[in-house]
Design a protein around this ligand. Structure first.
Ligand code: C5P
Length: 239
């Protein structure tokens, strides 16, 4: 399967058409951005690591019955996947308070939440991805019904119920993460985008060390080593 036209260039990926109108290719870039694009950098090899990590996690989720857009990893930086109509809602799942939750609501950083929190953010860079409630989602026509919002929440919890114990076994706390969904050619809601340390927070269970994009957001360095360690642990090469 070959790349044809560039359809869209995002902050972390380029999207290409293929000779099959139902399939697209994502090219994972080495670019790093934070704070809605205000902080920018690049890390050679980061794109390939995210492609490999996402591939493993999509395969795991598919094997547990979660429908995803994943079709195949083509090479280090390219993933073949289904074309979807993207739902412009970023579904945020949180097990432990940190980041914007702690900042906005004053919940102590590191507090384990009494239950898993699922939130919706508007996928809109111009507006700075504001928080949405169900009524906002319906007024903005981001989904067709409340049932679809319930389905997004249910799928997000199902994904968390698979990933959280999976990472615990690998010595990592899955603190929080962002998911994106879309509708496939048959109108079914499926998981899209990527699942990588760019959009998840992982804390080492023993040391508390951050193993994700917060290393870039907070100027800590060592991002690539951390992403490599996440991939090794996923592959069962826990050192
Ligand atoms: O910044 P905040 O605490 O809201 O982030 C929650 C989770 O969602 C983090 O894992 C972060 O990486 C992810 N996220 C993302 N893209 C965004 C906003 C948040 O991947 N635009």
């Amino acid at each position: 399967m070959e790349k044809r036209e560039l359809l869209y260039e995002g902050k972390a990926k380029k999207l290409f058409t293929t000779d099959d109108s139902n399939l697209l290719i994502s090219e994972f870039k080495d670019d790093l951005t934070a704070f809605n694009g205000a902080k920018k950098s690049s890390e050679t090899g980061k794109g390939a690591l995210n492609n490999k990590i996402s591939t493993e996690l999509f395969k795991l989720l598919e094997s547990q019955g979660v429908p995803t857009h994943f079709v195949a990893m083509l090479d280090d930086n390219h993933m073949l996947h289904k074309r979807v109509d993207v739902i412009l809602i970023e579904v945020i799942v949180r097990n432990i308070a940190t980041g914007s939750l702690s900042k906005n609501l004053g919940i102590p950083d590191g507090k384990v939440l009494p239950f898993t929190l699922v939130e919706f953010d508007y996928k809109n860079d111009e507006l700075g991805d504001p928080k949405l409630n169900d009524q906002h989602c319906l007024i903005l026509e981001l989904v067709e019904s409340t049932q679809e919002l319930d389905q997004l929440r249910a799928m997000a919890r199902q994904i968390n119920d698979i990933l959280r114990p999976f990472f615990k076994e690998k010595g990592l706390n899955l603190v929080d993460f962002k998911l994106e969904f879309g509708k496939d050619a048959d109108g079914n809601i499926i998981l899209a985008d990527e699942i990588s340390p760019d959009n998840c927070r992982f804390w080492d269970i023993e040391t508390g060390e951050k193993m994700d994009k917060d290393r870039f957001r907070q100027g800590m360095g060592g991002l690539k080593v951390a992403y490599e360690e996440v991939l090794h642990r996923i592959l069962g090469e826990h050192s």
